[in-house]
Structure formats: structure tokens, C-alpha cells
Design a protein around this ligand. Structure first.
Ligand code: ZN
Ligand code: ZN
Length: 652
């Protein structure tokens, strides 16, 4: 469960000089002549000082008796109201502004829009905007920013177009705001990417791409939509970069499943001659990359750096550390950090619950969930995904059902598709396929691909062809381009030796121009990550690895090992199937670990897909033969192999 962080939470530093210029300019332009009259009793300094101290009520009281409030007085009052005022204070303030004839001051209008944006009252912000006749670029920018921050991407974009039509000259602050509208969490439609690209064109034509804030927001935009190479292109062209730009590019890699590049770029940031010290935001992305690679050694180095910089006091960093350790296979270290935290938020608890879950400690996960409730932390939807997932990994069917049923009445959390999918997975894995199918039928929302996918996965484990075909009928409609569904169905047919159907599904896959995602395994040896895809790839040790596997396989057969040839989706003879099995990436990674690590050292491997039955039983054998602990993280969970057994008890 990833600590949620946003680069957009690090806005560019406001240019104070710009505002003071604007303030002087608008003073000359807009202050009514009445303010030049001599004052009988000037309470402006008093109101200003009360506002600065946050005594808003007293300041407002004095304001009602001040005949000539100045622009500065109003500016400070608006700021104070933003900080500690209520909606009714804001309304009072606005009434005074109108009475004093300052409501047309564009500088104050900008401040008001910002205040209403802070309150989340977009309608009021819009009203101020509409009622201001003399609109400067700052007023336009303020409303674009307010809409972007509120996640109202389409409206922000419409306003930007209105600006364009009205012939307003954009400045360098317009673009980051309008681009942020495309990156807002609630927006994700591809049309916004197209809009964003259009704006990129405007930026290039107006020569704003060299502005660091503008370019950084472009990196964020492309990162959000997975256009990694576009993001990198913008990043490479930046004449100067600050820590926010570096962090944006690193996050882009980390979030788009390119952890290698994330770590490489971080290394470049640290070693190059750059004046940018990483921040907590940078470190969260870097830890995310270590987690994805299961690179425990590198993760520890990063942890040491975080301690040196004192960044461990930031809760998002600590949460990312917990996740890094549990995902790199060290549940113990993750636990240590969790229990040492002086303050925990819901993400910390979620990280620990899912940590226990993926390591196969379902009861402990439930226990942590109960402690979280005792600590008065309200569970989030993610909490339930974590705890139901934990139940599913070990088959705690009754406990999972109870938790699921308590979601709405006890915790006011409406179950989403993901929760239904967890339940289908829980019941399906445990062999209760009819119950699982019933859940799908009775769902209050339209079952999406995750739900049908869970059902299909369960059908694969239990070889239920009829239900698998039903699930696939929907899946092929819902996500025709997901190769995994075709492969799973072919897998189920192969298990039943229905070779005609296997080839029919394979043709369907090819007709869509899709390919099976190749299995890939990683192993970290001496803080370097080595990856394996197949025996045909160039690796100086490949021959040696293959020879070792052949030798082990022969020895294992004497001890009763029978290759699980049913996992091979081709109608080949036994010998050919065995050869294919020997070339599975995780076996190569295990062999590489045996050769390149010291005796007694735990071998840690990561696999991008589910661990196959044959690799599972071979790894069990090897753990006994070679007397080694082997830790494998597959796409769902961890398997701790020791002395011929696996922690999952063959339930995965
Ligand atoms: Zn395998
Ligand atoms: Zn296992």
C-alpha cells in the first residue's frame, strides 16, 4: 500500500516581488479617491496587526468602524480569514469590500479567489471572478489554479480556452496551473492528455518550456498518463533543474513500473554536480523503486541516507520504509519500524496489514487491523483490501466474510469492486467457486474486470472449465487487450488436455496482435540486480546455470520429483516439456543465487507473474538439497522456502 504523495503538493515558490508589484500597480489603478481623504482616526495599523496575529473577529469589528480601509488592510484580513476564518467571516469580509468600493480591485479579487479555493467553495470563487470587471492575468490565473486544485480539470481547461479567446497574454504561472488541471487526481481521461499536449504546443511556441516550473509540470503531466519517454524528453531539455524537477522524473519512472531507471536517475542526481538535495518526496519514490525490484541491499543504503538526513521523522517516508522492507522480504525490519513510530496514520497501519498478508500471516494481519480500530484510526477502503487480501492468502474464509459484512454497517465503508474481487478471490481459492460466482451475481455494482479476473484465477486453481468460460466471455468484452486472460484460459484447457481449445484461444490471442507477457525473475546479489527472462538471453553464466539445473533435476528425480508438465501450454512430448520447464526464469535466478552467494545466505528472488507449480516444487526440493533459505516474491505474495517446505503450505 503506497503512501500517497503528490508532486503537486510542492508548488513553485510564490514570487513575492511579483505580488508586491501587482499590489502597487493596482493601488494606483483602483483605489477609490475617497481613500486619499485625511483620516479622522486611522485604525488600519491596528486591524493589520490583529489580522497578522489571527485575531480575525476583533479585526472585523474594527473594520466595521474604519471609514477608509486600505488595500493592505484587506489583503491581511483575507489572509487571516483563509487561515482561521469561517464561511460567515468570509461573507462579512466580502460585504465590507463591496461597501468600501474595493471589490473591483483585481489584486484583492485574486486574494479572495485564493481564499475561497482554500475553503473549497469554488462557486464563491467563480462569483468573485465573474463580478470583477477589470480582470488582470493574476485574476484569471487564480481561478484556473482554484479549479485545478479542486480536481475540476475540464472546467479549468475551459477557462484556459476562454482566456485564449479573450486574448489574455499568458504568463509563466498560467501553464503550471492549467497543466495541473490535467494531472488532478480525479481527472484521468485521455482527452485531458490530448489537451495537455496541445498546451505543451502553446508553451513551446511562447518559449516557456525553459521555465523550470512549467517544464516540471509537463513532466508530471506525461508521468500521470504513462508517457515516460515524453516526460524524459522534457526533462532532458530543461536548461536548469531543481529538486522538484528531479523528483518529478524519478517519480515518473517509479510510478510507471520502471524502477531501474528511477534508481539510475537518483544515482545521477546524487553524484552529479547538482545543487539539489533530495527531499522526502524524492525518497518516497526511490523507496518505491527499491520495493518494486525487491532490492533489499539498495533499500538499506537508502534507509541509512534517510537517517543521516533526518528524513525519517516524516511520516510518508517512514510508511514507504515499512513497505520497502516488507516487499523486499524483510517483514521483521518493517515491523521494527512500524512499532518504533511515535505517530502512525492510516497508511502506516495499511502497510503493516498488507505486509503480514503478503507474507502469509493472515491472523496477524487481522490482529493488527483490530489494534488499529482500538487506536481509534478509521479504516480506509485500502485497509479492507489489505485485510481481506490477507485472509485470502491463507484461506481464512469465515474471518474474511465477517469483515466484509461489517464494512458498511460498522465502518460506513461501501464495498468497491476491489473488495468484491477480494471476496471472490478468498472464496474461489478456498474452492467455494459456487459461492464466489454468487457474490458476482449479487454485486450491487456492475462487476468489472478485477472481479471476473479473480474468478478466472480461482477457476484455474480448481480446473473449473465451465465457470472459466463464463468469466472469459465477460473479460474478453471488458478488456480485449489483456493477454493474461487468454493465457489463463489456455492454461485451464491445457490442464484438461483440451489441446484444440488451447490452440483456438492462442489463435484468438494472436488475432488481437497480443503476446503472452514473458515471465521475468530478478535477484539482487551484492547490491546489484540481475534479471532473467529465458535461457536464450546473453548471460556469461548461462551455460553453467543450465548445467546446474540439469544436474539438480536428475538428483531430484531420484528423490521423487516429478516435473509438473501440465503447466506447459504446448502439446509436446515429455522431454521437450521438461526442457521448457528447466528454462523458467525463476529457476535460472535460483541457480544464479546458488552459484553467486555464500552458503547460508538467503536467496531472494522476485517474479513478475504467479509462481508456477513446477518452479514451486523444484524450489522446495532445492531448499532442502542445498540447505538454503529461498525467498520468492511472486506477483501476489511471498513464498519462504526452507527445508523442503514453503510458508504458503502450497496454498497460493
Ligand atoms: Zn515455472
Ligand atoms: Zn509457496
Amino acid at each position: 500500500m503506497w503512501a500517497t504523495f503528490q508532486l503537486s503538493s510542492l508548488p513553485p515558490k510564490p514570487n513575492t516581488r511579483r505580488f508586491s508589484n501587482a499590489s502597487q500597480q493596482s493601488k494606483q489603478l483602483c483605489l477609490p479617491s475617497s481613500s486619499l481623504k485625511p483620516l479622522s482616526k486611522n485604525t488600519n495599523p491596528q486591524i493589520q496587526s490583529l489580522s497578522k496575529q489571527g485575531h480575525l473577529k476583533q479585526a472585523l469589528y474594527l473594520l466595521s468602524h474604519e471609514p477608509n480601509p486600505t488595500q493592505l488592510t484587506y489583503e491581511l484580513l483575507i489572509l487571516a480569514c483563509s487561515r482561521c476564518g469561517s464561511h460567515s467571516d468570509a461573507a462579512t469580509l466580502r460585504r465590507h469590500l463591496i461597501d468600501d468600493g474595493l471589490d473591483q480591485d483585481p489584486f484583492l479579487a485574486t486574494k479572495l479567489i485564493n481564499m475561497y479555493s482554500h475553503f473549497g467553495s469554488l462557486e464563491d470563487a467563480r462569483r468573485v471572478f465573474d463580478e470583477t470587471r477589470e480582470k488582470t492575468i493574476f485574476v484569471w490565473n487564480a481561478l484556473v489554479r482554484a479549479l485545478a486544485l479542486a480536481g475540476r480539470g475540464e472546467e479549468a481547461m475551459a477557462l484556459y480556452k476562454e482566456m485564449s479567446r479573450a486574448g489574455v497574454a499568458f504568463d509563466r504561472f498560467t501553464f503550471p496551473h492549467v497543466l495541473k488541471a490535467c494531472v488532478a487526481p480525479s481527472s484521468g481521461s485521455i482527452s485531458l492528455l490530448m489537451e495537455g499536449m496541445g498546451i505543451h504546443g502553446h508553451i513551446l511556441r511562447r518559449g516557456f518550456e525553459s521555465q523550470v516550473h512549467v517544464a516540471t509540470t509537463l513532466v508530471d503531466l506525461y508521468a500521470k498518463f504513462g508517457c515516460v519517454s515524453y516526460a524524459r524528453c522534457v526533462f532532458d531539455r530543461m536548461p536548469q533543474r531543481n529538486v522538484v524537477s528531479w523528483s518529478a522524473m524519478i517519480a515518473c519512472y517509479a510510478k510507471n513500473n520502471r524502477p531501474y531507471e528511477a534508481l539510475e536517475l537518483f544515482h545521477e542526481m546524487m553524484t552529479g554536480n547538482h545543487d539539489s538535495d533530495p527531499t522526502s518526496v524524492t525518497m518516497v519514490s526511490v523507496l518505491q523503486a527499491c520495493s518494486a525490484l525487491a532490492a533489499l541491499g539498495q533499500g538499506k543504503v537508502i534507509h541509512a541516507y534517510i537517517l543521516r538526513r533526518g528524513l525519517d521523522s516524516i511520516i510518508s517516508v517512514t510508511n514507504a520504509l515499512i513497505t520497502m522492507y516488507v516487499k523486499c522480504g524483510s517483514l521483521e525490519l518493517g515491523r521494527c519500524i512500524f512499532y518504533q513510530m511515535s505517530e502512525r496514520d492510516v497508511v502506516s497501519w495499511n502497510s503493516m496489514i498488507s505486509g503480514y498478508g503478503i507474507h502469509g500471516f493472515g491472523r496477524e494481519a487481522i490482529h493488527v487491523f483490530e489494534k488499529m480500530i482500538d487506536a481509534n484510526i478509521s479504516p480506509s477502503p485500502v485497509t479492507f483490501v489489505s485485510v481481506l487480501g490477507a485472509c485470502s492468502h491463507v484461506g481464512l474464509v469465515e474471518e474474511g466474510k465477517k469483515l466484509f459484512e461489517s464494512m458498511l454497517p460498522k465502518y460506513s465503508t461501501v464495498p468497491h469492486a476491489e473488495h468484491y474481487s477480494c471476496m471472490v478471490d478468498l472464496l474461489g481459492r478456498a474452492g467455494q467457486l459456487d459461492e464466489a460466482a454468487k457474490i458476482v451475481e449479487m454485486m450491487r455494482i456492475e462487476p468489472g474486470p478485477t472481479v471476473w479476473g479473480s474468478l478466472l484465477g480461482a477457476c484455474r486453481i480448481h480446473g473449473n472449465i465451465k465457470l472459466a468460460e463464463r468469466a472469459c466471455q465477460r473479460l474478453f468484452e471488458l478488456e480485449p487487450m489483456n493477454a493474461g486472460n487468454y493465457v489463463l484460459l489456455a492454461d485451464i484447457y491445457a490442464g484438461a488436455k483440451m489441446w484444440d481449445d488451447v490452440s483456438r484461444v492462442r489463435k484468438l490471442l494472436e488475432a488481437q496482435g497480443l503476446r503472452k507477457v514473458p515471465g521475468c525473475s530478478w535477484i539482487e546479489v551484492k547490491k546489484k540486480v540481475h534479471s532473467f527472462v529465458s535461457v536464450d538471453e546473453p548471460n556469461p553464466q548461462m551455460e553453467q546455470l543450465h548445467a546446474l539445473l540439469v544436474q539438480l533435476s536428475t538428483e531430484m528425480k531420484d528423490k521423487g520429483y516429478v516435473p509438473e508438465t501440465k503447466v506447459v501450454l504446448y502439446d509436446l512430448d515429455m522431454n521437450e516439456k521438461e526442457q521448457i520447464l528447466l528454462g523458467h526464469s525463476e529457476k535460472l535466478a535460483v541457480a544464479f543465487g546458488l552459484i553467486n552467494t555464500n552458503h547460508g545466505e538467503t536467496i531472494r528472488i522476485m517474479k513478475n507473474l504467479r509462481l508456477c507449480e513446477d518452479c514451486h516444487s523444484v524450489t522446495k526440493f532445492i531448499s532442502k538439497f542445498a540447505n538454503r533459505e529461498i525467498l520468492v516474491r511472486d506477483v501476489n505474495r511471498f513464498h519462504h522456502f526452507r527445508d523442503g517446505m514453503c510458508s504458503c503450505a502450497d496454498y497460493w
